[in-house]
Design a protein around this ligand. Structure first.
Ligand code: UD1
Ligand code: UDP
Length: 365
């Protein structure tokens, strides 16, 4: 039996790795070990509870207002003993977080093979998203197996000279997760509250947007809500204190804006399925929203997920106050523009990415 170790640490990694944990745990060819770094705490635990995954190891590294130095050093120092004890045949990491980068680095030092789930996404701008573009490229420098979600990400890897036989197009495991969460009869107090109006769902947390860009983003959004009486907005706030401070400063005093705690993923996906439009700087939501047919305004200058732009459901609006304001108002006031962006397309696979990854590992290990 081959030993597969999955190491992750933040909310989005957990959402996309838990379906894979279940598939591997139920597969006779593997012994599965789960280690979380605890780069996130509450937001990670919420997802682990939801998917009923209990890690064998938890590095518990999160600190309030942690810097990239804190995260990097604490993971690197704590992961070594676990990797040396477990001696896995492969370590699977996900995406572009510091957890993924530092874990891969530790595996490289110990000569343990790495499989990169969600490999090959690129902006080719190391400052956007920061530091994620670097993290993702660095993991791909180290990885032995590349699980690319789309053919476009495969092409990026091939162009960079990665061996073709080590790249596998699997779809994105987020679609596996989504298939289990959205239900027609779902009820939640926020869904009840939003009835009778048009719901905007907001998420925002990117490191490069902290401070002034986020103030501009939130000011634009506040203007839109103030001026449009049938609009309600739900913002499940990221737990980063800097994000929360800006949100409270910009949104307090408007009853049609609900600033709430992070939602568990079942609630969040079901609210997303009922939203009129979504505003975000998140990565994962750019993959989920197209398959729900929801228009998404992406408050970033670049995206490593151009598939949704091509499909027409995503639009990049940057972080400036006026462009964001105008883009939202256009969608709210012009039904033709709204309908152009509406309509479900799913470039990210059929919901069986995890099974494909397991089959590939069975033949490759
Ligand atoms: C990290 C990832 C980013 C990902 C995001 C998902 C890196 C460099 N960044 O960024 O790619 O998009 O997660 O949300 O890996 N906090 C809590 N509780 C939590 C989570 C966070 O209190 O459960 C607070 C802490 O004060 C923490 C801060 O948020 O210091 C920032 O967390 P961190 O993981 O450093 O950065 P993110 O911006 O969340
Ligand atoms: N999400 C969630 N609860 C929330 C907000 C988001 O479960 O309150 C989910 C969302 O569906 C997506 C993921 O969290 O799958 C995105 O995480 P985040 O925006 O933190 O990170 P990113 O995708 O930008 O790395």
């Amino acid at each position: 039996m081959k030993k597969v170790m999955l190491i992750f640490g933040t909310r989005p990694e957990a959402i996309k790795m838990c379906p894979l944990v279940h598939v591997l745990e139920n597969h006779p060819a593997f012994r599965t070990v789960v280690c979380v770094t605890g780069q996130h705490r509450q937001m990670l635990d919420q997802i682990l509870d939801c998917f009923q995954v209990t890690p064998q190891y938890d590095l518990c590294i999160m600190q309030q207002k942690q810097t990239l130095f804190d995260v990097t050093v604490n993971i690197l120092l704590n992961i070594r003993a676990i990797l040396e004890t477990e001696q896995p045949d492969v370590v699977l990491v996900h995406g572009d977080t510091s957890t993924a980068f530092v874990t891969s680095l530790a595996c490289f030092y110990l000569r343990i093979p790495v499989g990169h789930v969600e490999a090959g996404l690129r902006t080719y701008n190391l400052h956007s998203p920061f530091p994620e573009e670097f993290n993702r490229q660095a993991v791909d420098l180290i990885a032995k197996f590349y699980f690319a979600p789309t053919d476009r990400s495969r092409q990026n890897l091939i162009r960079e000279g990665k061996p073709e036989k080590s790249i596998f197009v699997t779809g994105n495991t987020v679609i596996d997760a989504l298939a289990t969460t959205v239900r027609a009869d779902y009820s939640h107090p926020e869904i009840e509250w939003a009835k009778g109006g048009r719901l905007i769902l907001l998420t925002a947390h990117r490191r490069e947007n902290l401070g002034l860009p986020m103030r501009h983003m939130f000011t634009a959004i506040r203007r839109v809500v103030d001026e449009t009486p049938d609009v309600k907005l739900i913002y499940p706030m990221h737990m980063n204190p800097s994000v929360r401070e800006t949100a409270r400063r910009c949104f307090t005093g408007q009853d049609r804006i609900h600033m709430i705690e992070p939602m568990d993923v079942l609630d969040f996906h079901n609210v997303m399925a009922r939203a009129y439009l979504i505003m975000t700087d998140s990565g994962g939501i750019q993959e989920e929203a197209p398959s729900l047919g929801k228009p998404v305004l992406v408050m970033r200058d670049t995206t490593e997920r151009p598939e949704g732009l091509e499909a027409g459901t995503l639009r990049l609006v940057g972080t400036g106050e006026q462009p964001i304001y105008e883009a939202v108002m256009e969608l709210l006031q012009n039904p033709d523009k709204y309908h152009e962006m509406e309509g479900a397309t799913n470039p990210y696979g059929d919901g069986h990415a995890s099974e494909r990854i397991a089959e590939i590992l069975e033949t490759q290990l």
